[in-house]
Design a protein around this ligand. Structure first.
Ligand code: MG
Length: 267
């Protein structure tokens, strides 16, 4: 084997391994991100495995969930800082799981959640929100731990994007992962976000109504547009008419109907 052959083979191997990191769900353009999973119509608990599975059944473009870390460094899925009156950050995992979710599920770990998200899923990107922690250093530690777990499980191709209210968490992620990121707080312009290597803005609907120029500017410079949490027909229509890339909603069924109708009209 000559040296040139070995070099070419090494380049091919590295190209293949980069390719496998690519997002695996690229063709789903229905915009619907189920907020904490698709829970509402079936009365599932928010952020439950059941809500994730239903978002996948519906074929939503994305299913969002919230990550926190217990006192003994277990990554779990829960929106609030507290779970059954216990502060997640200060409580051990074994003490949290003494309490079941309302449908009888165990409080899911991130690992369990990701494994479900990688099973029989060809439609739905995982939208991983990392909650701010009690201090910035712990937040960055959580960010690294989440990204490393995603890599270890080979879940990167299913990860649509990471989101956070903590800008430093997103900046930490951009250092160690090529997965896309979106900022939630609504306080930074599209130009600022782009300059910092963040891929998108996922702001409260009212922020975009106050800053319509940010919609136009994001499209000009390639910053991805997402909004939360749009639940009324009027708000969904407003975001669709402004051609947002993603719409985060507690009513994914309604949004999917609207998107199908628009597609029929050759929108
Ligand atoms: Mg969230």
């Amino acid at each position: 084997m000559n040296l040139r052959f070995i070099v070419i083979m090494m380049m091919l191997v590295s190209l293949c391994s980069c390719g496998s990191m690519n997002y695996k769900i690229p063709n789903n353009n229905n915009k619907a991100v189920a907020h904490r999973g698709a829970w509402k119509q079936n009365n599932f608990p928010e952020n439950s495995i059941a809500s994730l599975k239903h978002a996948i059944e519906l074929g939503c473009a994305g299913s969002e969930f919230d990550v926190r870390m217990t006192a003994d460094s277990v990554l779990i899925i829960n929106h609030d800082a507290h779970y059954n009156g216990l502060l997640v950050e200060d409580t051990k995992y074994e003490d949290l799981i003494k309490f079941k979710l309302s449908n009888g599920e165990k409080l899911p770990t991130l690992k369990e959640y990701l494994i479900v998200g990688m099973t029989n899923n060809t439609t739905t990107g995982l939208v991983c929100e990392i909650k701010p922690s009690k201090d910035k250093a712990r937040g960055k530690f959580i960010a690294r731990k989440v990204v490393n777990l995603v890599k270890d499980l080979k879940a990167t191709p299913y990860l649509a994007f990471y989101i956070s209210f903590d800008y430093d968490i997103l900046k930490e992620i951009t250092k160690i992962s090529q997965t896309k990121t979106q900022y939630l707080k609504g306080s930074k312009s599209p130009d600022q976000v782009k300059a910092d290597g963040i891929s998108g803005i996922d702001y409260h609907l009212k922020v975009f109504k106050e800053h319509p120029e940010w919609i136009k500017r994001s499209k000009e410079i390639g910053v991805v547009l997402n909004a939360w949490t749009a639940n009324t027909p009027e708000d969904l229509d407003w975001l669709l008419s402004n051609n947002f890339d993603f719409i985060t909603t507690n009513e994914p069924e309604l949004l999917l109907k609207k998107v199908s109708f628009l597609k029929l009209q050759n929108y």
